[in-house]
Design a binder for this molecule. Structure first.
Ligand code: ARG
Length: 573
């Protein structure tokens, strides 16, 4: 599509040699009130370099922009130049692009030939997959989809927490009190029970800890009995995780987690030693990062067992060597900020600057529940699977009440209920902490998933009413009279649709799916205003065709936006 912003900036830059094209683009504003134009250029900053009063500069620039003949109207107002885009042209550009590109509207091939890894979800084996895990899972999935839309070759990794001394404890506990059928019936809850019991007993009997250490040592050495049990715990846990991934529509290309790196560690311990980075501290091996303000990183425990960060060093280098990534994105809670700063710094100090350079930690804030029920320690855990199941049930009730004859109610309830939870998750800046509230999540009128999906279904229903003939004439665009979609409402909507691809790019740059979420909320709101104020299925054929073209465009862009969030777009609700 034609890039009006760049076109404006190019004209201005001929007048203002003191600023670069990019600087001018940065300065161009989109006025809150569209009566002030579609773009506004403030001239205050130029007064000094151009030695003229800002209003005079505005007059001069307005003249140049106006002379280009590219815009509907150009007005100097005080220190601003207000620019009105050519309504017909922007409508035509937008509708043409969307009709041609369809599902691909908003995608580019900018990233072609570059591999981007997104690591997300990464829960710990034999531990609850609780509501807190939704964040990494859903944010990571959306970042994956956004980068894929930008044309990158994508690899999705689930860096499972499937290794560490806790598995020695788990095996010990299972041998003491465990039972196969119970684990198979409900793996995570059962294993967690053993684990908790182990800790209780170990308080009065410290020999348990020693036993667990020995078992873990055997596991590290690859003793078959221990490995078999561990493998079984892992498989059973994954079965549970996969149920949730399936509900959320989430997949991975690799489940190489911490255990995958267990035999790859010696190389890195040796590299660390050779670079003189390892220091002994109370029997353990550490890297001192105090001079970078990053504390001390524990590399190897006094009993010789490797640690979380050491496995991450191995993983980062392995990924570079295996995938030659352009970016390696870690979607992990902000509590682990220091961990990743240490990791990237150590990689650099080891001489793996090329690895470190492509690594990015994408942090996010905490989720809590209204009644404060989130505390893994005290066993007050809210399982993600339960939240998703109740979202679907609650949605089913709402739909049954609103629309008693709805067909496929189960399918719709799943799409809307799960979609609502995901949408809610991706509505705010990821770094913000938030509280999970059912009234917000499932509100059909708020800035929510159901509201946006409902808008999509409304578009679908208008298209059914318009009929195939009108749709195909609208898609064809040949005879469209754009004056029928030149009202303020229609123009606002068209501008938002036109801007959608730039928001996808921005979301990628910022690793921020909420940029897409907010934008499709804006589109849904603008569409509903248009829908309420104007008659779409009118008797005037030409008008109906033009308006239906805009409905098709709206439906397509909402659908594409929802897809980037990992949410379905039902045709009926
Ligand atoms: N399993 C970890 C946890 O649940 C998250 C793993 C994050 N990824 C990583 N490469 N360290 O806290």
């Amino acid at each position: 599509m034609k890039d009006f912003k760049t076109a404006i900036a190019e004209i201005i830059s001929e007048k203002v040699a003191e600023l670069s094209l990019d600087e001018i683009k940065e300065m161009l504003e989109v006025p809150q009130d569209s009566k002030m134009g579609d773009f506004a250029f403030p001239c205050f900053k130029l007064a000094k370099v151009m030695r003229k009063a800002p209003p005079q500069i505005a007059v001069d620039i307005a003249e140049a922009v106006s002379e280009s003949g590219l815009f509907d109207k150009v007005e100097p107002v005080n220190a601003y130049v207000n620019i009105f885009l050519p309504k017909n042209e922007i409508a035509e550009e937008t509708l043409r692009a969307i009709m041609e590109e369809g599902d691909a509207f908003g995608t580019t091939d900018k990233g072609a030939g570059k591999t981007v890894i997104v690591e997300y979800s990464s829960p710990n084996i034999a531990k609850p997959f609780h509501i807190g895990h939704i964040r990494s899972t859903v944010i990571g999935n959306s970042i994956y989809k956004i980068y894929k839309a930008l044309g990158y070759d994508m690899i999705r990794i689930n860096h499972l927490g499937d290794y560490g001394t806790q598995f020695g404890k788990m095996i010990s506990a299972y041998r003491r009190w465990g039972n196969k059928e119970d684990v198979e019936k409900e793996p995570i809850k059962t294993l967690l029970g053993y684990y908790t019991k182990f800790h209780e007993e170990a308080e009065s009997d410290p020999s348990l800890e020693e036993e667990a250490r020995q078992i873990f040592a055997k596991l590290e050495k690859g003793e078959p009995e221990e490995v078999e049990l561990w493998q079984w715990f892992r498989d059973e846990s994954l079965k549970e995780f996969n149920r949730v991934y399936k509900m959320l529509g989430i997949e991975f290309d690799s489940y190489n987690g911490e255990s995958f790196y267990s035999d790859k560690m010696p190389r890195f311990e040796k590299e660390l030693e050779e670079k003189g980075l390892l220091v002994e501290s109370r029997g353990a091996q550490v890297v001192e990062l105090e001079e970078y303000g990053l504390g001390t990183a524990l590399i190897k425990k006094s009993d010789g067992s490797s640690l979380y960060i050491t496995r991450d060093i191995a993983a980062a280098v392995y990924r570079k060597e295996t995938y030659d990534f352009y970016k390696n994105i870690y979607v992990v809670a902000s509590q682990q900020m220091l961990h990743f700063q240490q990791l990237f710094k150590i990689l650099e100090l080891m001489g793996h600057e090329d690895v470190a350079a492509g690594c990015t930690h994408v942090p996010f804030g905490l989720v809590s529940l209204e009644d404060g029920t989130m505390s893994t320690r005290q066993g007050r855990v809210v399982f993600l699977e339960d939240v998703l199941t109740s979202a679907v049930e609650k949605t089913r009730e709402i739909i049954a009440e609103k629309n008693p004859d709805a067909e496929n109610i189960d399918e719709i309830a799943a799409q809307v209920g799960i979609g609502a939870v995901i949408f809610n998750e991706l509505s705010n800046n990821r770094i913000k902490d938030y509280t999970f509230k059912w009234e917000t999540v499932l509100n059909f009128d708020g800035e929510t998933g159901p509201y946006v999906q409902y808008t999509h279904a409304r578009c679908a229903s208008l298209l059914r009413r318009a009929g195939e003939d009108v749709i195909s004439r609208a898609k064809d665009l040949g005879g469209i009279d754009y004056s029928h979609i030149a009202s303020d409402n229609a123009h606002e909507l068209i501008k938002l649709i036109y801007a959608y691809p730039s928001y996808v790019e921005l979301a990628g740059e910022k690793y921020e799916p909420s940029v897409v979420t907010r934008h499709i909320i804006d589109i849904a709101q603008a569409f509903n205003k248009f829908y309420h104020d104007e008659h779409i299925i009118t008797d005037n054929e030409d008008e109906k065709i033009a308006k239906i073209a805009l409905v098709i465009a709206t439906k397509t862009v909402i659908r594409n936006g929802l897809a980037l969030l990992g949410i379905e777009a039902p045709e009926r609700m």
